[in-house]
Design a protein around this ligand. Structure first.
Ligand SMILES: *Cc1c(COP(=O)(O)O)cnc(C)c1O
Length: 356
């Protein structure tokens, strides 16, 4: 049986991505070689990385003056690489979850970190509002989608300085106004490709302004100069990412993806909100993530949580167990998840409720 894959990351990829990746593993671009065993300096792979970078720019409307990089080390590497390159004296961060927290911790190695607001007081179930970013900050860093807690900042904030965003789990689900940003980064394994590559989209003029020496591999300029080929890049994840990007374009780009994502999320949140036994952990609709939907059983039904996971599994639903720091359930509705899978989940919730 084909599973309904709600894993938070690594997570579902489109059939298009998986089939084309398998094809490339068997015979890459008619070379008679596998993409697994070819030089990253071959003209065939060069076409892949160039094509992928072009599609990132096209899909996200990335303006002139920004570079698209394909790096190893995961989004977590960016928590230190970013301030290494951009933090001169002080940067502002908003603490909206574990990943934001980790980013703050690393930035402190490089200068003053001003935490403008935090929702830790309520286990990160909301997005703080009315925070103030000082005009003398080098940049403002935020996590656009809090994968673990199911909250999301879906609109580019208005602050008096340039922004940096960790968009690991919601990139390609909305447009980004790059005029407000110095950098956007995203680990690939949530909405793009298998684990192993991270996209960084960085404003060229934001670089070269810090006094500290930067080790070669951690200097964005190294990778810009060498087109992400200073050392061997993660060839296979980049190849898979290219397939996903082509698929996104075929579907109609960001407008289509966003419409589909909103529709899936509305279907599931409606089911949760009208349920007698389930409730959402994020209550303000404005703060709710359309990528990761977190919900639990109401107190009087709490002991049924384990049973529901098994009940869902019998219907081919996998990956809905909530993160250990939240409990309950988390359904990740990334771009590649078909709405049919959400319908199956909603039907399972209805059926389970009727049983109890
Ligand atoms: C998954 C995730 C990370 C961590 O990514 P790694 O590639 O494992 O380092 C960071 N930020 C967000 C928002 C995530 O969802």
């Amino acid at each position: 049986m084909k599973k309904h894959n709600f894993y938070a990351g690594p997570s579902i990829l489109s059939e298009y991505t998986i089939r084309n990746t398998v094809d490339g593993i068997l015979d890459f671009a008619g070379t008679g070689l596998s993409v697994l065993e070819i030089s990253h300096r071959s003209k065939e792979f060069q076409a892949v990385i160039d094509g992928a970078s072009e599609l990132v720019k096209e899909l996200l409307d990335v303006p002139e003056g920004f570079s698209v990089l394909w790096l190893g080390g995961g989004a977590s590497m960016q928590f230190c690489m970013l301030p290494f390159n951009l933090l001169k004296t002080k940067a502002s961060y908003i603490d909206t979850g574990t990943w934001a927290h980790n980013a703050i911790k690393e930035a402190r190695f490089f200068g003053d970190v001003d935490v403008v607001a935090s929702s830790e007081d309520a286990n990160y179930t909301y997005i703080p509002k009315n925070f103030v970013v000082p005009a003398d900050s080098d940049y403002f860093h935020y996590t656009s989608n809090n994968t673990i807690y199911g909250t999301e900042i879906r609109r580019d904030p208005d602050v008096p300085v340039k922004m940096v965003a960790d968009m690991s789990s919601d990139i390609f689900s909305r447009h980004i106004d790059f005029s407000k940003y110095d950098a956007v980064y995203a680990g690939a394994q949530k909405n793009l490709a298998p684990a192993g590559v991270t996209i960084v989209i960085v404003r060229d003029s934001a670089l070269g302004n810090v006094d500290r020496p930067i080790p070669t591999m951690l200097d964005y300029r190294t990778h810009i100069k060498k087109g992400s080929m200073f050392n061997t890049p993660p060839v296979l994840p980049i190849f898979a990412a290219y397939q996903t990007l082509k698929y996104y374009k075929e579907l109609g780009g960001i407008d289509t993806l966003e419409r589909m994502d909103l529709e899936k999320a509305a279907l599931l949140y409606d089911a949760i909100d009208s349920s007698r036994i389930f409730r959402g952990t994020v209550t303000d609709p404005e703060d709710r993530s359309i990528m990761n939907v977190c919900f639990v059983m109401k107190d009087e039904y709490k002991e049924l949580e384990k049973e529901f996971v098994d009940f869902a599994a019998e219907r081919g639903i996998v990956g809905i167990k909530g993160h250990r720091s939240v409990g309950g359930f988390r359904a990740s509705l990334y771009n590649a998840l078909p709405i049919e899978s959400v319908r199956v989940l909603v039907d399972a919730m209805d059926e389970f409720q009727a049983k109890h």
